[in-house]
Design a protein around this ligand. Structure first.
Ligand code: PGA
Length: 259
């Protein structure tokens, strides 16, 4: 895993945005997997700034969703489709029809397999943005998720529901169920970019990067991924034993080797 450590969340967002801009410059119709939550917001702001300055265009990019709540009314302000349209797509000048997500109107057991088919029809995901939960989840693959899991219906841990309560008027309104790409599904993306900011993520990030690969910390499965970049701020990276080494390798990164 390549580790990039930056002083703060805005600097993290700039680095991640640069990776995405470079991908889209190489491949204007790239398939990009978007994530929700607070972590990717500085990245989305940096991308929007690049579009405003004429440094990037997302007109031909295809976007896919990592996960989605189950049970919210269509168009609910906190449904992940609505959040991504508001926070990511609209600022990039992209309409919602370019965002592919799970079809929630299907019978529950058919949603995952159908979404897998749609991802496969796109030819796979070139770059998948990932946050990390304080419990070590990626997507909504909570601890004990099979490391080979596919897109499916999941029940959230209470820790995740508590973490996400800030987005809802009443903590009881946080859905209990979600559809999430599985760990096996995420593992098939071309480039996994795991982003972590803030001290609340330090323990989970250390377990993911330096701990054993274990379903107890689902993000640790990324240690098997052939192309993963972890971008963290100082606070999230504070628990990493190998921090000096990661900084050294980054400082000595050969110019020919892109992220
Ligand atoms: P956050 O969520 O970015 O809001 O901290 C991350 C996650 O749960 O994956």
């Amino acid at each position: 895993m390549e580790l990039v450590v930056k002083p703060d969340a805005d600097a993290v967002g700039e680095v991640v945005a640069d990776m995405i801009i470079a991908l889209v410059a190489r491949r204007p119709d790239a398939v990009i997997g978007l994530a929700t939550g607070s972590t990717p917001l500085p990245t989305y702001r940096a991308l929007a700034a690049a579009v405003g300055e004429g440094r990037a265009s997302f007109a031909d990019v295809r976007f896919v969703m990592l996960d989605e709540y189950v049970g919210l009314p269509e168009g609910h302000p906190e449904s992940y489709r609505t959040v991504l349209e508001r926070e990511a797509l609209r600022p990039l000048g992209v309409t919602g029809d370019r965002l592919i997500g799970p079809t929630l109107s299907l019978p529950p057991e058919e949603i995952g397999p159908r979404y897998e088919e749609r991802l496969a029809a796109l030819g796979g995901v070139d770059l998948q943005l990932l946050g990390i939960g304080s419990d070590g989840h990626i997507g909504f693959n909570e601890p004990t998720s099979s490391l080979a899991s596919r897109t499916r219906w999941k029940t959230l841990t209470q820790q995740t529901r508590d973490d996400n309560a800030r987005f809802f008027d009443d903590p009881a309104d946080v859905p209990r169920h979600v559809i999430t790409q599985g760990l096996g599904t995420i593992g098939e993306c071309g480039h996994a970019v795991l982003v972590a900011t803030g001290a609340a993520k330090a323990e989970a990030l250390t377990a993911a990067v330096e701990g054993p690969v274990s379903a107890a910390c689902p993000a640790s499965v990324l240690q098997f991924h052939p192309h993963v970049t972890v971008v963290a701020d100082d606070a999230a990276a504070a628990g990493l034993q190998g921090l000096d080494y990661y900084r050294f390798t980054l400082a000595n990164k050969p110019a020919w080797q892109p992220f």
